[in-house]
Structures are given as structure tokens and as C-alpha cells.
Design a protein around this ligand. Structure first.
Ligand SMILES: NC(=O)c1ccc[n+]([C@@H]2O[C@H](COP(=O)([O-])OP(=O)(O)OC[C@H]3O[C@@H](n4cnc5c(N)ncnc54)[C@H](O)[C@@H]3O)[C@@H](O)[C@H]2O)c1
Length: 390
């Protein structure tokens, strides 16, 4: 059985999610294209690196991420660090001939994201795979929505409504982690979560060509959190802790035009009390509609115009063995999958791409299309005008 040696850079929240994927995909997708071996981990915090050895089963931790890039034994690298580090690490890894799965967004700057896309294009000529971790398009219900759209089951798409609403930063005492610092994150809600629904919208309805936006910050300063893993609002600091300015957005809303002629709207906020991972998509076509909510990720609501008048309406399809990845995850209807299985599906798609030598869905070229929309949204907010996606 072929083995692929894995290096992990950044062992926080997403580092854990990638390890869940590497560890579990052979259990689901057996027989697999290759078995991953967790070789080396690096985290800028050496304690987290050492802990990752004991906790995740890596053979060793190292004191410099370049050790992983330069190790001829390493085949694939997961980059799970804050956004400002992605470009340097990903480009170095690709140049060293490593296959890369990089967390989203691609970078904290448009220019760096472009450099990453160019490096991936160059590396692809040598069969090197570069993938960005937009996992939500791999939710079985979203894959089913794509199938219905491709089959023409809802006709021509007229409009798309997409939202990503979270609550974890609604409390003003939720700490000022790296996610609230433009120099590290690049953008707030726009880069962090709107990017996911931009990717899903483009996956289902094609390229976005124009946008007009508003981008707002509601909480202008937060208690300082020194370094470390983003606590994502789960630990509240007391109100008298020293505060520092927030220089990224809390909320963004934008109208979009698609190349197909379809229209749409996208909204994202991390300050929506009561909304947790509320990723919703509603798509209306000339022959039907599709609705999805990640908080009920094993369901897809569909309505078909051809149904008789007295029974036309939304019906809920529960995804399971009859649907994408259902035969390998839990093959009894209603068992359901969650975030861990979703990251496992993503890691399997990455490893399959590496072994087969075919760029996967959400390669760096596709991910760069998301960055182009983000760039146009930011420009539109500055100019208060429609902006082309260039
Ligand atoms: N795909 C998704 O759904 C999803 C969800 C959350 C986060 N993300 C992305 O994953 C990335 C990491 O986010 P997270 O939530 O895991 O953050 P986190 O704060 O939980 O973890 C980041 C880890 O990286 C380490 N780190 C910081 N700088 C480093 C450096 N220069 N070199 C090595 N390690 C470094 C930190 O010590 C920490 O352990 C971000 O790009 C984020 O946008 C994606």
C-alpha cells in the first residue's frame, strides 16, 4: 500500500481538523489511494507543536517550518496557520515539490494570493497539487444541489441568496485575536467566512462578475489577546483588560451579478446572536428552487415546478447512502455526518488528487477566483459603486 508522509504547519483549530481528516479517511474510503503517515508538525508555539506529537500522533515536532519544506521524506503539507503566513509557506512548499493543502482564505493580501496561484500553475506542470480548503462545497447536500443544477432540474438559475452568520464575536469582550488584525487576517468577516459562501455560490451558479457592497465594523476595540490560538469567543476576558483597535470588518453585505445573468446577494457577519454556523443558500431557477442550511447539513430542501399544483412545495431530502460520499461514511440513512466527516472527505479528495496527479476541486486557480470577488467587494465599499471582478 502506497504511503504519503504528511507535514503539518500550525496545530490549532484547523490543524486538529486536518489531522481528523488524515487519520480517518482510510477508515471511510477503504481501499484508499494512499495511507497517510503523520510525520512532522510545526507550530510557532513549541508547546503546541510538542502537544501535537502526543495528541495527534506525529512522529516529531520541529523548530522551523522550513525543516518540513526541506525534508525530502515529506510528500504533502497542510498549512493551517493564520492568513499572513500562507503565501510564503505555500510558495516555498510548491517550489520544493510538495503537494499543498492550504487553509482558506488563500492569504491576507490579493497580491500574495495571486503569487500563490502563479506558483501553483508553475508547480502543476510538474504534477504538484495545490488545493485550498473550501470544504463546504463538499457537503453531500451541496454536491446534490450541484447535481440537480447540472441536470437542469431547477432550470436556469435566476437568483442566489447566500448567508454565513456566526455569533462568536458578538460579545465586545470576545478577545482581539489574530482574526481582528488586518495585518494578519487581511480582512474580517469578508475574508474569514464570506469567502466560503462566495466559493459555494460560484460553485453552484458560476462566476461572479460584478459586486456592490457595504462593509461595517460594529465593535471598534476589543480586549487584547496575546498570541496563541484564536479563542473564537469561547473564553471571555474581563472588561477592564487593556483594549486595542479592531481594523477589520464585522459584517458585509453585497449584491452580485453572475456571468450567466443570474443575480444574487451575499451576507456575512460574526455578530449574529443565535446564529452559530448558519450557512444558508437559496437558489431559485425557472423550474424549481433549492435551499440549504449548514446547521442542518444532512438535508437539502427542493421544490420542483413540475410537481402538481396541489402538492408543489419544498420537500426535504435527507442525504445518506444514496448520495455523495454516503456509501463510505455511514451507510444507514439518518446516521448523518458532521464537520469531522466533512474535513475527512476533503482530505480524501486531496490525497486522491495527489495520487492521480489531477488538480482537485478548489485548486489555487479556483480559490483565486474567490479572492478576486473579495477584492472587488472591498473596492466597492471604498468607492460606493458597482465594481467588476477582475
Ligand atoms: N476551512 C475552514 O472552515 C476554516 C475554519 C477555521 C479556520 N480556517 C483557517 O485556518 C487557518 C488557521 O485558523 P485556526 O482557526 O486554526 O487558527 P488558530 O488560532 O486556532 O490556530 C493557528 C495555529 O497556528 C499557530 N501559528 C501562528 N503563527 C504561526 C506560524 N508563523 N507558524 C506556525 N504556526 C503558527 C498558532 O500558534 C496556532 O496554533 C486560517 O487561515 C483560518 O482562516 C479555516
Amino acid at each position: 500500500m502506497k504511503k504519503l508522509n504528511v507535514g503539518l504547519i500550525g496545530a490549532g483549530f484547523m490543524g486538529k481538523a486536518h489531522v481528523v481528516g488524515y487519520s480517518n479517511f482510510p477508515k471511510f474510503f477503504w481501499p484508499v489511494e494512499a495511507v497517510p503517515v503523520l510525520k512532522t508538525v510545526f507550530d510557532v508555539n513549541p508547546e503546541i507543536g510538542k502537544e501535537a506529537v502526543a495528541r495527534f500522533g506525529f512522529e516529531k515536532s520541529t523548530a522551523d517550518w522550513r525543516d518540513i519544506i526541506n525534508d525530502s521524506d515529506i510528500d504533502v503539507i497542510s498549512i493551517c496557520t493564520p492568513n499572513d503566513t500562507h503565501a510564503e509557506m505555500a510558495i516555498a512548499a510548491l517550489k520544493a515539490g510538495k503537494h499543498v493543502l492550504c487553509e482558506k482564505p488563500m492569504s491576507n493580501s490579493f497580491e500574495d494570493a495571486q503569487a500563490m496561484a502563479e506558483a501553483a500553475e508553475e508547480a502543476a506542470k510538474k504534477g504538484i497539487i495545490a488545493m485550498c480548503a473550501y470544504q463546504y462545497r463538499r457537503v453531500p447536500a451541496i454536491a446534490l444541489a450541484k447535481k440537480f443544477i447540472d441536470e437542469g432540474a431547477i432550470g436556469k438559475i435566476l437568483d442566489v441568496r447566500a448567508q454565513y452568520l456566526q455569533s462568536w464575536s458578538a460579545d465586545p469582550n470576545s478577545p482581539l485575536s489574530w482574526r481582528f488584525q488586518k495585518s494578519i487576517a487581511g480582512a474580517g468577516t469578508l475574508g474569514d467566512i464570506a469567502t466560503h459562501v462566495i466559493d459555494m455560490s460560484q460553485y453552484l451558479a458560476g462566476d461572479i462578475t460584478e459586486v456592490v457592497s457595504t462593509v461595517s465594523t460594529y465593535v471598534n476595540e476589543r480586549p487584547i489577546q496575546e498570541g496563541g490560538v484564536d479563542l473564537l469567543g469561547t473564553v471571555k476576558l474581563s472588561g477592564d483588560v487593556k483594549k486595542a483597535p479592531v481594523d477589520v470588518d464585522d459584517q458585509t453585505s453585497f449584491m452580485v451579478n453572475f456571468a450567466s445573468g443570474a443575480k444574487g446577494s451575499i451576507e456575512a457577519t460574526r455578530n449574529a446572536w443565535g446564529r452559530h454556523n448558519f450557512i444558508t443558500l437559496e437558489i431559485h431557477g425557472t423550474k424549481g428552487s433549492i435551499a440549504f442550511n449548514y446547521e442542518r447539513l444532512n438535508e437539502l430542501d427542493v421544490c420542483f415546478a413540475d410537481d402538481a399544483d396541489d402538492r408543489r412545495g419544498f420537500k426535504t431530502i435527507h442525504t445518506g447512502p444514496a448520495h455523495f460520499y454516503g456509501e463510505v461514511t455511514w451507510n444507514i440513512p439518518g446516521m448523518n455526518i458532521g464537520y469531522g466527516e466533512l474535513k475527512t472527505i476533503e482530505i480524501h479528495d486531496f490525497i486522491k488528487a495527489v495520487v492521480e496527479g489531477k488538480q482537485p476541486s478548489t485548486d489555487f486557480a479556483q480559490s483565486f477566483k474567490v479572492e478576486k470577488v473579495v477584492n472587488a467587494v472591498a473596492k466597492s465599499n471604498e468607492t460606493k459603486s458597482w465594481q467588476p471582478v477582475l
